[in-house]
Structure formats: C-alpha cells, structure tokens
Design a protein around this ligand. Structure first.
Ligand code: NAD
Ligand code: APR
Length: 234
C-alpha cells in the first residue's frame, strides 16, 4: 500500500559514505573535540575564535564532497511520489540540495549560511567566518556566527515539522543515532499519528526499539532499495 504522506528524518550517517564525519561513531567528531566548546552558545561566548576555526575547517572539508546514492534516492522519491512529502535533516551540509531535494528543512541550520547575533541577519556564506568580521547588515564586528543550531538552542521550523509528523502515515529515520532531542522523539510523534515507523541505519541504535521496522546496512545500499519498495517497484 502506497503511503499518502511521508516524513523522512536524516542524520550524519546519510553523509558518512560521502566522506563527512559523523558525531558519535568510532573516531566521530565528538570523540575529538568537546561539543560544549564548539556547539553551544556558552562555548561561542567563551572562545569565538575556536568555534569559527571548528566550522571553518568543516566548511573547507566539504570541498570535493559529493552526494551519495542515498541522497540521490531521496531526491528521486520526492520527484516521483504523488503524496505529501517532507525531508527533515539534522545535517548542516548541502548534500541533499545538491542531490536534487527541494522539500527540505535543515532543523539544525546550514554550514553555508551565517547569522549575525547582533541584528539577526541571515545570509548565504561560503567563506571563513572570524571574530573580526563585521556584519554586512548592521556593520557591527564580532557578532557573525555560523547559522547552525547549537545544544540548548531551538531548532528551526519545528511547527511545520510537528504538523507534518501529525499527518504522516510513513516516518523513516536514516543515519541518526537518535540521541539528540527533539529529533530523537519524532518517531514517537509519527507513531501516535498512526504512521508506520522505519529506521534505516548502519547498526542498531538506542532508539531502535521505538520503530515498527528497522533495517541495518549502509545508507547508500539500503536507502535506494527502500525507495524502490515505497514507489512500488521493489
Ligand atoms: P540534548 O540533550 O538534546 O543532546 C545532548 C546530546 O549531546 C546528548 O544526547 C548526547 O548525545 C550529546 N552529548 C552529551 N555529552 C556529550 C559529550 N561529552 N560529547 C559528545 N556528545 C555529548 O541537547 P540539549 O542541550 O538539550 O539541546 C537540544 C537542542 O540543541 C535541540 O534543539 C537540538 O536540536 C539542538 N542541538 C543542536 C546541535 C548542533 O550541533 N546543531 C547539537 C545538538 C543539539
Ligand atoms: N549508513 C547508515 N548509517 C550510518 C552510516 C552509513 N554509512 N554510517 C554511520 N551511520 C549511523 C551510525 O550508526 C549512527 O547511528 O549514523 C548515525 C550517526 O549518529 P550521530 O553521529 O550521532 O549523528 P546524528 O544522529 O546526526 O547526531 C544528531 O547531534 O551533535 C549533534 O548537531 C549534531 O545534528 C547532530 C545531532
């Protein structure tokens, strides 16, 4: 039976095979640097240069990184599926867009955008950020930061996400460890709305038990196969 409304949540694992580091795998980002120093407002207030260096390195690291078959399969699902469709990503990379996804929400913000903590101006930003940089909008130096949601901050577009979760009949979580809220609670929201919930991940997670169906394997292999099944071709 083809679902009438699909919500998909992706995490760092969908970009792993494109060469983008995950956070909590072996040798993950948070095994090399304390998230409190670079992914919290307190860390930014304490040492903004360290935060800029962390995100500048990640932004530069995206050079030459390309979408993998999992990103491509989700873009194809969006194109070929007639029902309501929303892709919510926790990732701050632009691999979903580059694969062709359009009905997309970056709930944790985007590496390729900058935010002024003084005037709130947001804009595309592909170069380095620094403490000395003056905001192009209010001309105040020292307030430019990556437009990324940090621990303790509210994610973007939550109302639209919860509205979609409350009306979907298929929810799929891909490549996320299910440890950070509110994203980790999305499957419960969908389940309460009567949705079939599916986890596609390299291995079991602390949240696997919360899903009606779990599939383990590499995203670049299991996501295209799952999309074929949803489109009624597999
Ligand atoms: P949380 O409680 O949702 O998540 C804390 C997470 O941090 C834990 O689940 C754990 O996985 C991780 N953690 C804890 N100690 C750690 C350590 N020493 N090293 C690495 N990871 C560690 O976080 P919160 O403070 O309640 O904030 C939640 C809000 O922050 C949500 O709105 C969420 O969307 C946002 N957020 C954004 C980012 C980001 O980097 N963009 C990261 C996490 C949370
Ligand atoms: N295919 C499928 N899944 C994979 C692959 C792969 N090739 N490689 C890794 N994974 C899985 C891991 O098993 C793990 O469960 O991806 C998940 C990655 O989990 P995390 O590193 O915790 O990343 P994520 O869930 O996106 O983290 C959530 O925490 O620090 C914050 O802002 C950060 O948005 C991030 C949030």
């Amino acid at each position: 039976m083809t679902p009438s409304s699909i919500v998909i949540l992706t995490g760092a694992g969908i970009s792993a095979e494109s060469g983008v580091d995950t956070f909590r795998d072996k040798d993950g980002i948070w095994s090399k640097i304390d998230y409190r120093d670079v992914a919290t407002p307190e860390g930014f207030a304490r040492d903004p240069a360290q935060v800029h260096d962390f995100y500048n390195q990640r932004r530069r690291g995206m050079t030459g990184v390309t979408p993998n078959p999992a990103h491509a399969a989700l873009a194809e699902l969006e194109r070929r599926y007639d029902g309501d469709f929303l892709l919510v990503t926790q990732n701050i990379d632009d691999l979903h867009e580059r694969a062709g996804s359009r009905k997309l929400i970056h709930m944790h913000g985007e590496l390729a955008r900058a935010l002024c903590a003084n005037c709130g101006n947001r804009q595309e930003w592909n170069g380095d950020l620094s403490v000395e940089l003056a905001c192009p909008s209010c001309n105040s130096p020292g307030f430019m930061r990556p437009d990324v949601v940090w621990f303790g901050e509210m994610p973007y577009h939550m109302e639209r996400i919860y509205e979609a979760l409350g009306n979907c009949d298929l929810f799929v979580a891909i490549g996320t460890s299910g440890t950070v809220y509110p994203a980790a609670g999305f499957n419960e929201e969908a389940r309460m709305a009567g949705a079939h919930t599916v986890e596609l991940n390299l291995e079991a997670t602390e949240g696997s038990y919360r899903f009606a169906e779990t599939q383990h394997g590499k995203a670049s292999e299991i996501v295209p196969a799952f999309v074929e099944r949803v489109l009624g071709r597999g």
